[in-house]
Ligand binder design. Structure first.
Ligand SMILES: Nc1ncnc2c1ncn2[C@@H]1O[C@H](COP(=O)(O)OP(=O)(O)OP(=O)(O)O)[C@@H](O)[C@H]1O
Length: 298
């Protein structure tokens, strides 16, 4: 379990992380989304005690990272896959980590098999492809068999097989009851992997909700010969409605099923009922509009 209480980080007059309060649930994959510079890495670094909060605090299993008796057995993390010394052997790197953290040697062989690096265990880390480096970073995160796992952009640079593998691994780790916190720029990826989403922009919390709820914020296109009647009915039910021509409406603020049910109750025939923006991408863009720091000029 990870909990953030008013977590804040300032660099000079720049606020990188702005008053984040969150609880991350065990047994679920929580996707951590935000545009470049939103503060995702800084948040993860503070959870791991690598950066000091300016205000507030981050707790893992109820304690700050630096007070954990055995940090690697409590929380495993992959922040930067290339952070391993290039001259170090793959197995040697993991053995050194295990030794320094009171983890039995036999565990090294186990995690090498889990991530599929058994065959290259004798190679130097510097000779690995980016995808293999990611796997090594994941092996290090898994070494202490921790309850909490954090991954910063774990599918970066992976081929489609690698991406699918990471997705399955995250799901199975959550299935074992662990807390899995994973950042990504790939909204489509999070749509397939995450149960829950935390979205930040300019350091601020924009959403903390189940995946389905974020998707429900998506607009729904309704085509009907009775657009006027239905618009009145939907508005009365608290749905935001925009009229798009004689036979078309765009409804937001309710899941598509609810809009269909309301039309049915009103006895209104529908010719089309479809998510206007079926992907999380759009929901995300709507959420982060205005908080993109380095957006391209339109
Ligand atoms: N050591 C530092 N000194 C000064 N500013 C920093 C430092 N580290 C991060 N920042 C600033 O804090 C903000 C948040 O950066 P952070 O790397 O946490 O964002 P991010 O969401 O992980 O972005 P990305 O997706 O690009 O990795 C940015 O504006 C960044 O420039």
């Amino acid at each position: 379990m990870i909990s953030l209480d008013h977590l804040t980080k300032r660099y000079g007059d720049r606020v990188a992380v702005d008053d984040l309060t969150l609880r991350l649930r065990p047994g679920a994959v929580t996707g951590f989304l935000g545009p470049n510079g939103a503060g995702k890495s800084t948040t993860m670094r503070m959870i791991l005690g690598l950066d000091r909060p300016t205000a507030g605090r981050a707790l893992v299993g109820g304690r700050p990272y630096h007070e954990l008796d055995n940090p690697l057995r409590t929380v495993g993390a992959l922040l930067d896959a290339r952070a391993v010394h290039p001259g170090r052997g793959v197995r040697a790197h993991l053995l050194a980590l295990a030794r320094g953290n009171g983890i039995p040697k036999a565990r090294v062989g186990e995690v090498l098999e889990t991530v599929g690096l058994g065959a290259v265990a004798g190679k130097r880390a510097g000779t690995l492809s980016l995808g293999m480096s990611q796997r090594l970073g994941i092996a290090a995160a898994l070494l202490g068999d921790p309850e909490v796992l954090m991954f910063d952009e774990p599918v970066n640079g992976l081929d489609p097989d690698g991406v699918r593998w990471v997705r399955r691994l995250m799901r199975s780790l959550a299935g074992e009851g662990r807390t899995v916190f994973v950042s990504s720029h790939l909204m489509s990826e999070m749509q397939l992997t995450a149960d829950h989403l935390v979205v930040i922009g300019k350091g601020r919390l924009l959403a903390d909700a189940p995946l389905g709820e974020v998707l429900a914020a998506t607009a729904v296109l309704v085509r009907t010969p009775h657009a006027g009647d239905l618009a009145v009915r939907l508005a009365a039910a608290g749905v935001a409605v925009e009229r798009r021509g004689e036979n078309e409406l765009v409804a937001t603020g309710a899941p598509i099923e609810r809009i269909g049910d309301l039309a049915h109750e009103a006895g209104v025939r529908l010719h089309e009922l479809s998510p206007r923006e079926p992907s999380l991408e759009q929901a995300y863009q709507e959420l982060t509009a205005g908080s993109v720091e380095y957006g391209s000029a339109r």
